[in-house]
Design a protein around this ligand. Structure first.
Ligand code: DAH
Length: 339
């Protein structure tokens, strides 16, 4: 009988289960009111007194082993249920972490900053809500000047006028008011125009303004800087400057780059000419320097302004400006590989 009890202890110790039903069946088998232990203790009463000491000990061991086992298995079962409900299944494979991507406008803005910072331009910013002085008057657009109609304005308050800036040229004025020449700065930012939204135009878009003021700055310096920029940005080294008009520069020009006519898309975007307009520029009008308290006898400078959306559309061949603002992940995901 002693051997039998010892075998049973071995069975109990090696028993394993994660099923509630199996553990309960195990408990009933050993510890139940009609269980094995009950049976064995009954048998124990009939054995010879000389065997009782060892057998009694073995039976106690068996009972303890069985009840410890039941306790242990039930505990681990409970832990499992608990951790499942808090953490889910801890054994399942981890979910892959989705990498985000920068918005194409940020990518292009950062690239423009990088290109100009290599030649000593700092980055400056100004407010999106502007007063009339910084957006118009100081830039040589006095009240009732027809050129104000070139940019349809969102007004916030009238008399005195507070408005959403229509261009980043307003930052030029602020920067000149606060800094002495030499000045070399670019000002990226959001601008607002009361325009109908279409594939080519939006009422909110982004610009980068450039300003360079020093003694003896000439139109040749401007042209050279623009050439450097177009080479770095687009890998194109042919530009042309067409005479134009902006109230804040004199002379003023529009900058075209030679894009080429190799593909069907080239034909389409350049309207068959091979040339693409990318920005406005000119020599800062002496009136603007004076308005910002800079000595226009001593200093000259150039300025330029470009639309970030336009450049991004050219670089990535994006056909519709509205795609930038819809935040469709299928569009945004395509810029994952670009830094
Ligand atoms: N402010 C002009 C616009 O929004 C762009 C521009 C043209 C800026 C010529 C300049 C410049 O600084 O010199 O259309």
């Amino acid at each position: 009988m002693l051997d039998k009890v010892k075998d049973l202890i071995g069975d109990v110790q090696s028993f394993k289960s994660t099923s509630k039903e199996e553990i309960e069946a195990f408990r009933i088998k050993y510890l139940g009111s009609k269980g094995l232990l009950k049976e064995l203790f009954n048998e124990f009463k009939t054995v010879d007194a000389s065997l009782k000491k060892d057998l009694g000990q073995a039976l106690n061991n068996l009972r303890n082993a069985a009840s410890n086992k039941v306790q242990e298995l039930n505990d681990s079962l409970e832990n499992q249920i608990e951790s499942k409900s808090i953490y889910g299944d801890l054994t399942r494979p981890a979910e892959p972490i989705e990498l985000g991507s920068r918005h194409p406008i940020s990518i292009v803005r950062n690239r423009i900053i990088e290109v100009f910072s290599k030649i000593g331009f700092t980055v400056s910013e100004g407010p999106e809500i502007e007063d009339d002085w910084h957006n118009f008057t100081a830039l040589n657009l006095p009240e009732y000047h027809p050129a104000r109609d070139m940019q349809d304005t969102f007004f916030i308050e009238q008399n005195p006028d507070i408005l959403l800036r229509t261009h980043t040229s307003s930052v030029q004025v602020r920067y000149m008011e606060e800094n002495e020449p030499p000045i070399r700065t670019i000002s990226p930012g959001r601008v607002f125009r009361n325009e109908d939204i279409s594939a080519r135009a939006h009422c909110i878009f982004h610009q980068v303004e450039g300003l360079y003021i020093d003694t003896d700055v000439s139109f040749a310096d401007l042209k050279q800087t623009l050439l450097y920029f177009t080479k770095e940005m687009f890998g194109k080294s042919k530009i042309r400057l067409r005479p134009s008009y902006f109230p804040f520069t004199e002379p003023s020009a529009e900058v075209d780059i030679y894009w080429g006519l190799e593909t069907e898309i080239d034909h389409k975007i350049t309207k068959g000419t091979g040339w693409l307009e990318i920005m406005g520029c000119g020599m800062v009008d002496p009136n603007v320097l004076k308005n910002a308290n800079i000595d226009s006898e001593k200093y000259t400078g150039y300025a330029f302004g470009m639309g970030i959306e336009r450049i991004a559309m050219l670089l990535y061949q994006i056909p519709d400006i509205r795609m930038f603002y819809e935040n469709d992940v299928r569009f945004l995901e395509q810029f994952k590989s670009v830094l």
